[in-house]
Design a protein around this ligand. Structure first.
Ligand SMILES: Nc1ncnc2c1ncn2[C@@H]1O[C@H](COP(=O)(O)OP(=O)(O)OP(=O)(O)O)[C@@H](O)[C@H]1O
Ligand SMILES: [Mg+2]
Length: 324
């Protein structure tokens, strides 16, 4: 079963076949979403989600937005859950019926790893798109295991891009141009595009803020969480004033929430006081499963679909899609 407190390598415990079958029957008989089955036991609920994820479809399909939502996931603070949030929200939206593209804009290539995208030196990546005018379409990969999910990888080459971009014409607009051209020529419409940023406010992040309509800020529920947020908010204001009139902070997601500590609750309250209803109701709990998944080149949604981390990301994805 999905035990978040268990350690690496113990992923073979699973619900019994009977439990899975019972849960599958339950999920077939109803069209209710994963949240509405409050009478389910946690085990049946986790098993039902596992079965649904294996079939590539979870719950009732989410509504399609009226136009593609391009979302930059940014926070110049390192390790707050930007990449984890990008890949798991994207997977959660795709598994709930939407068509989603993830662009890895971080030279660390963590989103590429977590989505199982090859990203060695020879792979066509976001570097070639930004610096060598390659079409985005030529760098897009289909994500195995998750129908409807696509990605553009980042290779180590991207580490030089901050400097190389400086001398290029329209250096802040290159990602926007590439994404717009791709979305215009795609025959199937994307519902969401996520851009995973590095932990800095350099030219790569500026490109992401110019290319997007929305900013999603993951905030880790710990003591220094709010430090530096003012600078990010000011940067978004500057980009809006000078480079992209559409950009705004649409979504805050609380990550690595530890319900046992008073500090986490205090930070969450402070964030909710400041950002109001832009903060998603669901907070992502700290979960061993979430942190293990990337080492299996997977999102937590396929790695351990019944875990609390997976269920939270599915729920957060639903909340995002239902708040246009
Ligand atoms: N809910 C969670 N529970 C447990 N571990 C988590 C959770 N979310 C993220 N982590 C872990 O925290 C670390 C940082 O997360 P992540 O890489 O997503 O942050 P980031 O903001 O993208 O970092 P960077 O600034 O380096 O790009 C990773 O090891 C990740 O596995
Ligand atoms: Mg990251």
């Amino acid at each position: 079963m999905s035990d978040d407190s268990s350690t690496a390598g113990s992923g073979n415990f699973g619900p019994s076949e009977a439990a899975i079958k019972a849960a599958a029957d339950v999920s077939r008989e109803t069209r209710e979403t994963i949240n509405e089955r409050s009478e389910d036991t946690p085990i049946a609920r986790a098993a039902a989600i596992a079965v649904a994820v294996a079939s590539g479809k979870v719950g009732t399909p989410l509504p399609h937005p009226s136009q593609t939502r391009v979302i930059t996931v940014a926070n110049q603070k390192g390790g707050v859950g930007k990449t984890t949030t990008t890949v798991n929200l994207a997977a959660g939206l795709a598994l709930q019926g939407l068509r989603v593209l993830v662009i890895d804009l971080d030279p660390q290539g963590n989103a590429s790893t977590a989505l199982g995208m090859p990203h060695h030196d020879d792979v066509d990546s976001i570097y070639e798109v930004l610096l060598e005018d390659m079409k985005l379409a030529d760098a897009v990969q289909e994500i195995e295991l998750i129908p409807g999910l696509y990605g553009v990888p980042a290779t180590l080459d991207l580490a030089g891009a901050e400097l190389e971009l400086v001398s290029l014409v329209a250096r802040e607009n290159r990602l926007k141009r590439a994404i717009s051209a791709y979305l215009d020529q795609s025959s199937d419409r994307f519902d969401f595009v996520f851009i995973d940023c590095p932990p800095s406010l350099g030219l790569l992040t500026v490109n992401a803020l110019v290319a997007a309509d929305e900013v999603l800020i993951p905030i880790q529920c710990e003591y220094y969480a709010l430090e530096g947020l003012g600078q990010l908010v000011r940067n978004v204001d500057l980009i809006r004033a000078h480079l992209n009139p559409n950009i705004y902070i649409s979504t805050i997601l609380l990550t690595m929430y530890d319900a046992r500590t008073r500090l986490a609750a205090q930070v969450a309250q402070e964030v909710r006081n400041y950002f109001g209803d832009r903060v998603l109701p669901t907070a992502i709990p700290r979960s061993v499963r979430v942190s293990e998944a990337p080492s299996f080149q997977q999102t937590v949604l396929t790695y351990d679909p019944g875990s609390t981390g997976a269920q939270s990301y599915l729920q957060a994805a639903r909340e995002m899609a239902e708040t246009p």
